[in-house]
Design a protein around this ligand. Structure first.
Ligand code: NAD
Ligand code: WQD
Length: 337
């Protein structure tokens, strides 16, 4: 089966490429490298021991996407390509809607034209907004609080309409919780390219001495230690979730949204302790005010993923820290810090 991964050179796309290729899928990556480096392709080839097809270009270029779908006889698409920084989305909403929403429309046009109707979409737990109950299941009301989250919601709704229009469409939106860690080889991982906004990459840079200390955003949440609690999922577990979703698509028709998380809440301070233990480094931190727009707690109910996809996360938070640390140590990372 031939699969197109839009945004396949990015953090989650590259790890999914490993899982899929090792399961026997033929892959084509399409990426404009706006948030990734072409060197990831060599690294992927090193892990896989074989060359990988990659088309450099923008998902908004409908004729390029159409040509790619035709040329490589694509059977299904996993759509990772998009912008993902919450703060930036508030400052540049038009860029986010153009890239994320218009990018998806362009992809759908190309897929419709060529008759490719199987799609897995990278959605996010951010579509639940501030959780009204925990764990968050897929029936939880949606309501994003920023332009990034709203772009994901708009896309989900759009995909629902498309699936309703013709039973040939098979569409799954995977709502990722907090992806962390890296591939065990240490060759690929998360390189945010700037000062990280997300917790684990920030901790990693403090542990490596590249940043002096971690700012902990609030210790007055109603959580066991007062710090924010999230559902951190190892990126290779997430990658395998895509494999399960692709397999599920074969015997299915319509639209579904499924949580991909571990089902376990971990606090900021829990994560600091775990990383400290694994790295053997000091991780100084300072307690600051709550970060604007943050929620206290969020973790997933993961039963639907098990029932529908027969998939469950199996890697521990310690393994996530270990793999992240290996990646940081073997790559030096971050040209601009
Ligand atoms: P990433 O930035 O590492 O990867 C996205 C890739 O898409 C990059 O390689 C980038 O160059 C490419 N890209 C962006 N716009 C493009 C365009 N118009 N045309 C072609 N390529 C384009 O991000 P990631 O963490 O791997 O996230 C992948 C997807 O998962 C995104 O849609 C993101 O919103 C979603 N997601 C991520 C997280 C997370 O915490 N990392 C959580 C939930 C959902
Ligand atoms: C986790 C916890 C912070 C950094 C964001 C996006 C979301 C999704 C994943 C894509 C919180 C605390 C963080 C720091 C800290 N992305 N923290 N100091 O907020 O769950 O989600 O990334 O869809 O859309 O909003 O993840 O890693 O930023 O924060 O104390 O320097 O760590 O307050 O409690 P979050 P995060």
């Amino acid at each position: 089966m031939n699969i197109l991964l839009t945004g396949g050179a990015g953090y989650i796309g590259s790890h999914t490429a490993v899982a899929l290729s090792q399961a026997g899928y033929e892959l084509v990556l399409l990426d404009n490298f706006c948030n990734s480096n072409p060197s990831v392709l060599e690294r992927l080839q090193k892990i896989l021991g074989k060359p990988l097809h990659c088309v450099e270009g923008d998902v908004r270029d409908t004729s390029l996407v159409t040509k790619t779908l035709r040329e490589y006889k694509i059977d299904a698409v996993i759509h990772f390509a998009g912008l993902k920084a919450v703060g930036e989305s508030v400052e540049k909403p038009i860029e986010y809607y153009t890239n994320n929403v218009q990018g998806t429309i362009s992809l759908l046009e190309a897929m419709e034209l060529v008759g490719v109707k199987k799609l897995v979409f990278s959605s996010s737990a951010t579509v639940y907004g501030n959780p009204q109950y925990l764990p968050v299941d897929e029936a939880h009301p949606t309501g994003a609080t920023n332009a990034y989250g709203r772009s994901k919601l708009h896309i989900e709704e759009m995909l629902k309409d498309v699936a309703n229009s013709n039973s040939a469409w098979k569409i799954i939106c995977l709502r990722y919780f907090n992806p962390v860690g890296a591939h065990e080889s240490g060759l690929i991982g998360e390189d945010p390219g700037d000062i990280p906004g997300n917790l684990m990459p920030y901790i990693a840079l403090v542990a490596s001495g590249k940043l002096p200390s971690l700012n902990v955003f609030g210790n007055d949440y109603p959580t066991p230690d007062g710090t924010g609690v999230r559902d951190y999922i190892h990126v290779m577990d997430l990658a395998e979730g895509h494999l399960a979703a692709l397999e599920y698509l074969s015997g299915y028709s319509g639209w579904d949204a499924i949580n991909l998380g571990v089902g376990l809440g971990i606090s900021v301070l829990d994560l600091v302790s775990a990383y400290k233990k694994i790295s053997g480094r000091k991780i100084p931190f300072e307690i600051l005010e709550r970060r604007q727009g943050d929620i206290g707690e969020c973790w997933a109910k993961v039963d639907m993923a098990y029932e529908r996809l027969q998939w469950r996360a199996k890697r521990s938070i310690e393994l996530s820290c270990q793999d992240s640390w290996r990646y940081i140590c073997s790559n030096g990372l971050r040209k601009n810090i």
